[in-house]
Design a protein around this ligand. Sequence first.
Ligand code: ADP
Ligand code: MG
Length: 337
Amino acid sequence: MTKTHQDEKRIGEFDLIARYFAPLAAKDGAFGLLDDAARLRVGPDEDLVLTNDTLAAGVHFFADDPAGCIARKALRVNLSDLAAKGAVPKAYLLSLALPADWTQDWLREFAMGLAEDQALYGIELLGGDTLKSPDGLFISITALGSLPRDSMVTRLGGKSGDMLYVTGTIGDAALGLSTQGATADTAGWPLSHAERAFLCQRYLLPLPRLEMAPLLRAHASAAMDISDGLLGDLAKLCGASKVGAVVNVDDVPHSPAVCAMFRHDPGFRTIALNGGDDYEVLCSVPKDRTRQFEADARTAGMAATRIGELTKYARGVSVIDSGGETLSIQSGSFEHF
Ligand code: ADP
Ligand code: MG
């Protein structure tokens, strides 16, 4: 490849996708690459939903994390995408680039992790590819799900006035990551052993919210899973739907462990609102459907909390508190470049 002056001027991950790949994705099921899943028509009553996520050692997991956990996380982040689209997982393809020091023990544990989640989620491996990586472990999974024709929930259908909801609790995985990494000194954090273990588990092993799939199909105007941080991912949903949003920070649900960290240092709120890896569902629901949505969520045993609403596009994404004060919380979701 010839290096030109232009090569020096790098662009961000999403500009790169918009400039080079979106023009290749003209099919309406590709949604202009504004969604993280695509739709393929396969029959009169059924659509397939396809999604691909790649995990790299040192970026999405630590190379010495348990192999079974790495495998399950790689699978689950894809199942999480399917859940947020309203789809039921069917099968997956696996590509593996193994570093030079791979061992059979490691692979056995990796495969056992996949087997465990296959049984849990009722899916099977269809195929894939294996190669030697010149630089660390990479795992790429393409997951396929199915849903009734025309029922896929995209990021594009949100309307001003729709209510915004998230499942579960926000910020656990980001703090779990900090307790694992070498960068933050977490010894002084006011957390019990159980709270630390909880946060670590939230980072290591996300829970795809598959129980939400039918509810999203029935009620949501737009949805996505939160992989790169609540505020940044909300901005993506807003961009795709051409709406703005207002979020009340006091309504964002957090676990007791994360609340304890806010009391220790209020700065952790910014980390919790922008930290990735929670894999909760963010969705918008038209006002006249919120009661039924909330009732159905309760029946499904899912915590779905209202955190704000969608507004006019021109107003962008703003964060307020319960007093109505606008907060200047920096929003930044994870980008690879
Ligand atoms: P998110 O982080 O929001 O889940 P991604 O970064 O995975 O989104 O991708 C954004 C969109 O760009 C998706 O529609 C995805 O399929 C598409 N995309 C990303 N990389 C490529 C690529 N190399 N070729 C084709 N499409 C891509
Ligand atoms: Mg993705």
